[in-house]
Write a protein that binds this ligand. Structure first.
Ligand SMILES: Nc1ncnc2c1ncn2[C@@H]1O[C@H](COP(=O)(O)OP(=O)(O)OP(=O)(O)O)[C@@H](O)[C@H]1O
Ligand SMILES: [Mg+2]
Length: 376
């Protein structure tokens, strides 16, 4: 391919060639060290690509190890290869109820279905009808699937989808992605065996693999020779200690570059990387924050600001700071939900008068959390 003269030109005074290659939504063309996982997933989708009945897949592994990226890559390859396959990707931080997932699928299958104002069972029926008429084979990806289990409806939703994949003449392939491998154990045996017909486990990247990935990304995002090699080594070592999380490394590189730029320097060095790393260390823990409701964010801020706090006190502070009223019962439900989502941890406390209460604390560094909440 002919290269363009602007490709190699950065902006004056910048270390970046194109910093967008370090943004969270950038999809790399080249996925290093994931050949086995890519091939495994492609083999499963190949059944569908070739017109046969597919297996459902459970993709699991720690955070930031490429599960979502690999899944999206293989799906786009499948769609490019044949018109027979079309995929729907739902992030369950956003689609976290039975209703919203079923209407998301129904819309995708070609029938407009409102997200509210229609009974869930009706949507299910309409999803089945649309499926029987669909002229393509659908692949449905439920990413961050653990979010479905925050409410009791998750299991029911999986039953619904299972009924389709097990008995439907016209079926779809279901892909569940989660970093909680034990998710499957919380499921009924039948749902578990059918949804987990195939499991693809992503292991953490080694420091050497992380170096390769970061070096590749640095080559796309930074001007030649503007990042010292020891920066890559440092970032890879830190990320390896955190379980092989690439997301943190990529964000560190972006912040380190901006730090160098702020000081008018043409080279990113270890000092910048160290400073940047401190500010993004908890990034993966915070990825769900932007999907929380205003009330949930207020509750989290209260807990974060108070260290350990009893539920009654959360209620008092909440009532004082949140304009819309809320019952104590509803507030307790939200606290429980936030615990299931991994933001809070509770402990039961026996009171002197034999009564009980619960105290809550944050599972995420409070400073980082408050900063993230103030952003959105
Ligand atoms: N093999 C790889 N090559 C290049 N970039 C990668 C690779 N693996 C991961 N990345 C990058 O790392 C970041 C995190 O990857 P991804 O979002 O796929 O992780 P994940 O396993 O889905 O994490 P989570 O469980 O937190 O959702 C993305 O920016 C992605 O581009
Ligand atoms: Mg993911």
């Amino acid at each position: 391919m002919k290269s363009n003269i602007f490709e190699k030109l950065g902006v004056d005074g910048s270390v970046f060639l194109d910093e967008r290659h370090l943004y969270p939504d950038f999809v790399p063309e080249k996925l290093l060290h994931r050949d086995r996982e890519i091939e495994g997933l492609a083999r499963i989708f190949n059944l569908l690509v070739k017109g046969r009945k597919p297996h459902n897949v459970f993709i699991t592994g720690p955070t930031g190890v490429g599960k979502t990226t690999v899944a999206r890559f293989v799906l786009s390859e499948a769609e490019e290869f044949t018109e027979r396959v079309k995929s729907l990707y739902l992030n369950c931080f956003e689609f976290n109820s039975r209703h919203s997932v079923l209407s998301g699928i129904t819309n995708f299958l070609g029938r407009a279905s409102p997200r509210r104002g229609i009974a869930t069972d009706e949507i299910y029926t309409s999803m089945l009808e649309s499926l029987s008429k669909a002229a393509f084979s659908p692949i449905i990806v439920l990413d961050e699937a653990d979010q479905l289990f925050v409410s009791s409806e998750g299991q029911k939703l999986l039953y619904d989808l299972l009924r389709v994949t097990e008995f439907g003449k016209n079926s779809f392939c279901l892909v569940l992605v989660s970093n909680n491998e034990s998710l499957a154990f919380s499921l009924d045996e039948r749902v578990r065996s059918s949804l987990g017909e195939e499991t693809i486990r992503f292991s953490p990247y080694s420091p050497e693999q992380l170096k390769d990935i970061f070096r590749e990304r640095v080559g796309l995002a930074f001007l030649p020779s503007s990042v010292e090699e020891e920066v890559i080594g440092f970032v890879a070592a830190k990320c390896a200690l955190l379980g092989g999380d690439c997301r943190i490394g990529i964000e560190t590189l972006l912040k380190a570059g901006r730090e160098a730029e702020k000081h008018g320097l043409r080279k990113v060095s270890l000092v910048h990387a160290k400073k940047a790393f401190e500010s993004v260390e908890g990034a993966s823990l915070l990825k769900g924050v932007k999907y929380l409701s205003a009330a949930e964010k207020t509750i989290l801020s209260i807990v974060a600001k108070n260290g350990e706090i009893k539920s009654g006190r959360v209620f008092e502070l909440f009532s004082g700071s949140f304009s819309q009223g809320m019952s104590e019962r509803r507030l307790r439900d939200l606290l429980n939900g936030l615990e299931k989502k991994g933001f809070l941890l509770s402990e039961q406390i026996i009171l002197g008068n034999q009564g009980k209460t619960r105290s809550f604390k944050c599972m995420v560094p409070a400073g980082l959390l408050l900063k993230e909440i103030s952003k959105n």
